[in-house]
Design a protein around this ligand. Structure first.
Ligand code: UDP
Ligand code: MG
Length: 340
């Protein structure tokens, strides 16, 4: 009896002394970046200010996606008295998708928020996102109301792409929702098990499902520096998205083949009948050229579509790692209580 009492006493004492620093962080904020030295200090400050309102022990995970400026030197110095700061450094530029995946693998928080370092996704929304999660949503998607600082061409192409993707994808992808979102650790655990190398994050993040809530926000312009995206990269991303989330283009190629064959058969019948009964001369050079070019176009397009899928298979079959981690630094909080 005495022994049991002592054990209970010892465990309550341990609990009382248990520093907040060792508790599981409430939120892990993952920030992938590439050459963002101009914005990282402001970003850290604004994220810490937003986390302060939660009054709980949190975690910030910076992922350096092969920066060539002094971003890593800046980030590896960052500390916080009550929040844990982890800095990962990839061995080269693997792309934002790989950097986010690296962050999600190490995140310890009960929920995870993905955030851009350039502050286009305002960290001030973090408390509202956490509130929505605490109210029961397992995924909180942040939908852009306005896209400040983006050209109308980018806005229009992005809009068309989202419309197209949601039409052909087997799983719904909410329009105008980027990577800025909150996910419960259960959702993150599922995403961490998805093995594909070609990672179309908007699709992958939507794939597990779970209960969702959409919050709207105004996207700010970039704080400093330039966007890392250009049109060739965006076209590549669009093709990756289409081929990794739908096999409909293959079906369309088959349908195009069937339709042209049917048209060719009907035309052959018409020409044959006309020649046989009325002795009409066969239609001339322009129509022949037109048909050859049309069929050639459809054939090349279909081979291209097939090639895209075969290319994906080739990349997946190599089973290379998604990223290579060069450094992994952890700065533990120094204060043992959020109120201290
Ligand atoms: N980024 C990255 N790796 C890359 C490209 C971008 O980690 O290869 C980061 C970048 O530093 C920023 C975020 O991803 O924090 C969003 O990138 P960017 O602002 O260039 O994209 P946009 O907002 O224009 O779509
Ligand atoms: Mg940006």
């Amino acid at each position: 009896m005495k022994a049991i009492q002592y054990r209970q006493y010892a465990s309550t004492k341990r609990a009382a002394k248990e520093p907040t620093a060792n508790a599981q962080p409430l939120v892990s904020v993952i920030i992938p970046f590439l050459n963002e030295a101009d914005v990282l200090a402001v970003c850290h400050q604004r994220v810490c200010d937003a986390l302060a309102t939660l009054r709980q022990h949190c975690e910030i995970v910076y992922v350096d996606d092969g920066s060539t400026d002094n971003s890593w030197a800046l980030v590896s110095q960052l500390k916080h008295p009550v929040h844990q700061v982890r800095s990962l450094r990839l061995s080269r530029n693997f792309g934002k998708e790989a950097a986010m995946s690296a962050g999600m693998k190490v995140a310890e928080g009960r929920c995870v928020i993905l955030l851009d370092a350039d502050l286009q996704d305002p960290p001030e929304y973090i408390p509202a996102m956490v509130q929505a999660w605490q109210d029961g949503a397992q995924v909180v998607e942040m939908q852009r109301r306005e896209r400040h600082g983006e050209s109308w061409i980018k806005r229009t192409t992005a809009h068309c792409f989202y419309r197209f993707m949601s039409k052909i994808s087997d799983h719904p992808i909410t329009e105008n929702v980027g990577d800025f979102r909150l996910m419960d650790q259960k959702v993150v655990a599922v995403i961490n098990t998805l093995p594909e190398r070609t990672r179309f994050m908007k699709g992958l993040l939507a794939w597990p499902g779970f209960t969702r809530k959409i919050l709207t926000f105004d996207r700010d312009p970039r704080l400093a520096g330039d966007t890392k995206w250009n049109y060739p990269k965006l076209i590549h991303l669009a093709l990756e998205g289409i081929t990794s989330f739908s096999t409909k283009p293959l079906r369309w190629a088959t349908m195009a083949g069937l339709t042209t064959s049917a048209i060719a058969f009907i035309m052959a019948l018409v020409i044959f009948t006309k020649t046989l009964f009325w002795g009409d001369p066969v239609a001339g050079y322009p129509s022949t050229m037109l048909i050859i070019l049309f069929l050639g176009g459809i054939q090349l397009l279909s081979i291209g579509v097939l090639g895209e899928y075969v290319g994906r298979l080739f990349i997946e079959s190599k089973q290379r790692p998604l990223y290579v981690l060069m450094e992994n630094a952890l700065s533990k909080p120094t204060l043992h209580s959020v109120d201290a």
